[in-house]
Design a protein around this ligand. Structure first.
Ligand code: GDP
Ligand code: IMO
Ligand code: MG
Length: 419
């Protein structure tokens, strides 16, 4: 069988967690392939709300295997908090959660290095989530990282070696820290981590695929935060695009099936960096209020703007999206007019292709579409969609060249229409 991939097409927080949860019944395995606790994937069902950071969003459905793949970076302290919070609400994990031996560990000193680096950059900081993501992936690429599999062989020695290297790096910043306070929960987290199935996930997944299992790969962040193709340097430190699923799980490109590209009916971004369609006016505030656009990890207000088809065309291309999923259109329910950015005007030249540098000189070219001005949040079928909404869907499908297969009209699992 094939591996279907779900990933974000914008700057993250598109609603990946919700869609993975909705689609999980169709699969035997759900696997996270990159990122770490910088992610915050929200799921709402039966009146409860959960925010997952490192644990895949298939965890709530009985009988499904959930894998944290080799491409993910794990902070044991945060992992323990997340796992225990789920266990306290009655969700058993040990028989459902599998962790790759090759996943890298985020050390307490990675978090300190992240914070120290951000502080030293002042106004030009990336605005990271402060979870040590960049330093952990840097160590992976520079071949200094520690992996989950290392926990079982001379770990203390390897840990101390890494920490002394990090302390040396920290001494170059004027940055005060209390490492011991961070180490205690971190080592408690290590003990918790060891209670789960620690596996060679690439063998596990490929064997299951060969015997007919269906696999859903869950992305984190979004394609515009990809380390190669995002708005560099204001990006995360992993490959968030579809190809990242092959690397982050050890599956061959020919095993990829459908690619679900998720986008909001408008656009948001957290942290610093360019955002051509950003709205700094009342409409932006209305999107933030209606969409409750505050970060699920850091609580920071998300920057809001109109949908950007130049960026979306680019990320649809990079990912080979076969099915689009549109989220949060209910947030636009009250708008008289909805603007869609179809191209950029750069010094008088109009382009539909995302340029190398989107940080300045870009004037978005908008098309105005009439709003539907209807509360759609309780609709059960696409037969109930207002005409203006259908026009919005058709316009986007035509511009992006891919069908919108799923429409989400609210945060709850049930507020989802599969077309
Ligand atoms: P993720 O990181 O891509 O999983 O997305 P987040 O969970 O960070 O952010 C999406 C937010 O929108 C969460 O608070 C969801 O509960 C919420 N959400 C998801 N789908 C919808 C929707 O269709 N309408 C509304 N109003 N909220 C939604
Ligand atoms: P999910 O999976 C939105 C952003 C940060 C910052 C940049 C780099 O919930 O969609 P990092 O901590 O990764 O080094 O930060 O990336 N960022 C996200 N923005 N959603 C996320 O994850 C994000 N993960 C990282 O705000 O701008
Ligand atoms: Mg999120």
């Amino acid at each position: 069988m094939k591996v279907d991939v779900i990933l974000g097409l914008q700057w993250g927080d598109e609603g990946k967690g919700k869609v993975v949860d909705v689609l999980t019944p169709n699969y035997e395995i759900v696997a996270r392939f990159q990122g770490g606790p910088n992610a915050g994937h929200t799921l709402e069902f039966e009146g409860e709300k959960y925010i997952l950071k490192s644990i895949p969003s298939g965890i709530f459905q009985e009988g499904k295997m959930n894998i944290i793949g080799n491409g993910v970076v794990i902070d044991p302290a945060l992992f323990r908090q997340e796992a225990e919070a789920l266990e306290e609400t009655g969700h058993t994990l040990t028989d459902r959660l599998y962790i790759s031996k090759k996943a890298h560990l985020i050390l307490p000193t990675h978090r300190l290095l992240d914070a120290a680096s951000e502080k030293s950059m002042g106004d030009s900081k990336i605005g990271t989530t402060g979870r040590g993501i960049g330093p952990a992936y840097t160590d992976k690429v520079s071949r200094n990282g520690l992996r989950v599999g290392d926990l079982f062989h001379n770990f203390e020695e390897k840990y101390q070696k890494a920490v002394s290297r990090h302390k040396e790096m920290l001494s170059q910043y004027h940055f005060e820290y209390d490492l011991e306070a961070l180490e205690k929960p971190w080592f408690e987290g290590i003990e918790k981590l060891k209670t789960f199935h620690i596996i060679e996930s690439e063998h596990f997944i490929n064997k299951h695929l060969a015997s007919g299992a269906r696999v859903l790969a869950e992305g984190a962040q979004g394609s515009m935060l990809d380390i190669d193709f995002g708005s560099y340097p204001f990006v995360t430190s992993s490959n968030t695009i579809c190809a990242g699923a092959c690397i982050g799980l050890g599956i061959a490109p020919r095993s990829i099936g459908d690619v679900y590209g998720i986008f909001k009916a408008y656009c948001t971004r957290v942290g610093s960096g360019p955002f051509p369609t950003e709205l700094l006016d009342n409409d932006g505030q209305l999107l933030r209020d209606n969409g409750k656009e505050y970060g699920s990890v850091t609580g920071r207000p998300r920057r809001c703007g109109w949908i950007d088809l130049v960026a979306l065309r680019y990320t649809v291309m990079l990912n080979g999206v076969t099915k689009l999923v549109m989220m949060k259109s209910d947030v636009l329910d009250t708008f008289e007019t909805i603007k869609v950015c179809v191209s950029y005007n750069i010094n008088g030249e109009v382009t539909e292709d995302l340029p190398f540098d989107i940080s300045e000189g870009i004037e978005p070219v908008f098309v105005d579409l009439p709003g539907w001005k209807t509360n759609m949040s309780r609709m059960q079928s696409e037969d109930e969609f207002p005409e203006e909404f259908n026009n919005y869907l058709s316009f986007l499908e035509e511009e992006l060249g891919v069908p919108i297969a799923i429409v989400s009209l609210g945060a709850d699992r049930t507020q989802t229409i599969i077309r």
